[in-house]
Ligand binder design. Structure first.
Ligand code: 3H9
Length: 668
């Protein structure tokens, strides 16, 4: 391996440069090189100041996360940073790109910081279930402030260079294209000021500043270990001398590092990046250009899907059958954009730019010049086949024809065209302009370049995309089904909706199975014949208990949509319990987990056995980004491993489930 660290000279300034693509992670070779060149510069009397900067797209983006599970290699990052801080000559960090985590901590060890305006500086460790463990929690309150440190460490959100300058985290802004030269000039200014160790600066703020951040974010932090640990460390900086604060930080860091939450969050960091990779597609395959997108259906889904592209600057033609539906759909899109602008998240001119790039039409023929067409009409195979047959005649050669179906057979839809190689599924999750997940469904005949194009455009519109194979419900909804079925059975056997939901929300899910039904609509998939009542769901639907939208479903809702258990529903459950011949008994939390979560893990193994997902970690990504599985539990497959295959298999067999072969093999 070539040495990632080299040193250059500019008169009396030594410049230490890292070149460790892709993100200049602070791996062992980088730390060794930094240590070596720092010592050399300090030993050289002709050097008066030292600049540290990086080649490539970014300043150090953090410790090398892949090293966390390997034996440590010296010098450790904190030792390198301490050596930088202890230098008797001024050391200047020259920042571009993203100075994150350990990278930010290196800048804090330096005595001065200069950054280009586009740079971002932050400590995102909390998102990996960690804290800045190389002095960040103790130096940030001194260099910036306690308030800034508490906010940055507990949220993990980086600040812009401009903001960093305002809060004292950056001393000078460089020209966007002249960082190297500006850093040298700044270093010369710093020679007279001398070395200024961050540890000697006074802590700016009090424990109250930490408390304020904790209180303001209590809901957001619920369930996570790391935010509170970050705040405890920043608070420690307000009352402990520097070295004791560092010892406190180290102890808290090690606790997090050994815990399952950080392992889960690090797993998801890599899983998300892995999901973008398509097995069996070589470098020779090139994506097709997508300059214009067509969307069929201006309902909630079609509108949300369109907004993704419009927000990314890609023009959209949206088709509806009736003028009033078209007007309603585009009106809702405008309202959504305006609401976002009112919250200050986008500028008013961005609303106009997005809506200006939208062409509403009643004619399918207007899709002729689109490169990607996404059908988002209701779930009827006949309707979809009819639309795809028409698209086949209208669309230009090479256009990608996608269906947003959540369950239907994409191969059957593709067979209604003469170009099945251009057909695939793009399953968005509601609300489509918000939810990060996209399942890209690869049909039997989908061409590799069509798949590559769909995955590429997904990234461009900010989605986390996962490749799924054709099967009922693909990855996410397929795994949801056994959970919902079992939850209904548990009701018959004596559990209550609120009891089952509570097990799920205590687990960390945003909602349980019945809260989810009430949100999505109990009437979804209902046959709409009020006289045909074959199960509890039919009875709820026939009674107008459609969920939140009708003010009652499995729960009763008040005018603020707050749920309370319903006596009427309990009566229905009791009746159905008798009708189905179930015996009521006390149901434990353990049984609810074994019967609603273990079958999901089992289904995940079946999906892998059938090749409907590329890898277990893709399934985890689907559940984290599509259904709100708590990220600190790493997704159902990761969680299944934590529980242990043996325990899962025993639980499944106890309740009479057919266990996937591969899961059984793992347990054995
Ligand atoms: C830390 O610093 C702890 C300290 O407090 C010390 C304690 C003692 N390590 O995201 P991308 C890989 S914790 C190893 O697609 P982008 C990534 O897997 C760290 N690898 O690019 C991917 O590999 P591949 C705190 C890393 O331009 C490739 O680089 N820092 C690391 O969209 C490209 O990544 C963070 O949490 C890493 N640290 O975004 C920052 N980072 O090509 C984490 C990336 O094989 N990183 N890789 O799939 C990021 O947020 C983004 O990568 C970044 C670039 C914004 C930098």
């Amino acid at each position: 391996m070539t040495d990632p660290i080299r040193a250059e000279r500019d008169g009396d300034i030594a410049v230490i440069i890292s070149n460790n693509p892709p993100v200049n992670a602070l791996g062992a070779a980088v730390r060794i090189g930094l240590d070596r060149e720092l010592k050399a510069a300090l030993a050289d009397d002709s050097v008066k100041a030292i600049v540290i900067r990086c080649d490539g797209r970014t300043f150090f983006a953090g410790a090398d996360i892949t090293e966390f599970t390997k034996p440590p290699v010296e010098p450790m990052l904190n030792v390198v940073i301490d050596a930088i801080e202890a230098a008797t000559k001024p050391v200047i960090a020259a920042i571009h790109g993203t100075a994150l985590g350990g990278g930010c901590e290196v800048t804090l060890g330096c005595h001065y910081r200069i950054a280009v305006p586009s740079a971002k500086i932050g400590v995102p460790e909390v998102k990996l279930g960690l804290l800045p463990g190389a002095g960040g929690t103790q130096r940030l309150p001194r260099v910036a402030s306690v308030a800034a440190a508490a906010e940055m460490c507990s949220s993990g959100t980086p600040v812009s260079a401009k903001k960093a300058f305002e809060i004292g985290l950056v001393d000078k802004l460089a020209g966007e294209d002249s960082l190297a030269a500006d850093a040298i000039a700044f270093a010369r200014e710093c020679i007279a000021k001398g070395a200024r160790p961050s540890r000697d600066l006074p802590v700016k703020g009090t424990a109250d500043d930490v408390k304020a951040v904790a209180e303001a974010n209590a809901r957001k932090f619920k369930g996570f270990d790391a935010p509170a640990a970050n705040l405890r460390c920043v608070e420690a900086a307000t009352r402990l001398p520097f070295d004791e604060g560092i010892a406190f930080e180290r102890a808290e860091f090690m606790k997090l590092m050994m815990g399952s939450q950080s392992a889960a969050q690090r797993h998801i960091f890599f899983a998300e990046r892995q999901a973008a990779k398509i097995d069996g597609i070589g470098e020779d395959v090139k994506a097709r250009p997508i300059a214009k997108v067509g969307v069929i259906g201006a309902g909630t889904m079609g509108g949300g899907i369109s907004m993704n592209f419009l927000s990314a600057g890609i023009p959209v033609t949206i088709v509806e059958m009736q003028q009033d539906a078209l007007d309603r759909g585009t009106g809702t899109m405008r309202k959504n954009y305006e609401a976002t602008a009112a919250k200050g998240r986008i500028k008013p001119e961005q609303v106009e730019a997005a809506m200006g790039a939208l062409t509403p039409t009643l004619k399918l023929e207007d899709l002729a010049d689109c490169d990607l067409i996404i059908e988002a009409v209701y779930e009827s195979m006949d309707v979809k086949k009819d639309i795809f047959g028409k698209l086949d005649k209208i669309c230009k050669p090479g256009a990608i024809l996608a269906s947003n179906t959540s369950y239907l057979d994409v191969d059957e839809i593709a067979a209604s065209t003469s170009r099945p190689q251009d057909v695939l599924g793009m399953h968005f999750f509601s609300p489509a302009n918000v939810m990060k997940l996209l399942e890209v469904v690869r049909g039997e005949k989908t061409a590799p370049d069509a798949l590559l194009t769909a995955m590429g455009i997904a990234k461009k519109i900010g989605k986390v995309a996962v490749v799924a194979g054709v099967c009922h419900g693909f990855i996410g909804n397929r795994m949801l089904m056994p959970r919902q079925v079992e939850a209904m059975k548990l009701l018959m056997e004596g559990a209550t909706p609120e009891q089952i939901d509570k097990v799920h929300t205590d687990f960390g899910m945003p909602m349980g199975p019945f809260q989810m039904s009430d949100l999505a609509g109990v009437d979804i998939g209902w046959h709409r014949d009020p006289n045909r009542i074959e199960n509890l769901r039919d009875e709820l639907a026939a009674a107008g208990r459609w969920g939140q939208k009708t003010g009652k479903g499995f729960y009763d809702y008040d005018d603020k949509r707050r749920p309370t258990p319903s006596a009427e529903v309990q009566g229905m459950i009791d009746t159905w319990s008798v009708k189905t011949g179930a015996t009521k008994r006390a149901i434990t939390e353990e049984e609810i987990i074994e019967r609603t979560l273990y079958p999901m893990v089992n289904e995940g193994y079946l999906i892998l056995e059938e090749g409907k997902a590329q890898r277990a970690s893709d399934i985890d990504v689907v559940w984290i980004y599509g259904y709100g599985w708590p990220v600190y539990r790493g997704g159902p497959m990761f969680w299944g491993d934590l529980e242990g295959a043996k325990k899962i298999v025993a639980g499944l067999e106890k309740h009479g489930f057919a266990v996937a072969k591969s899961l059984k093999a793992k347990a054995a």
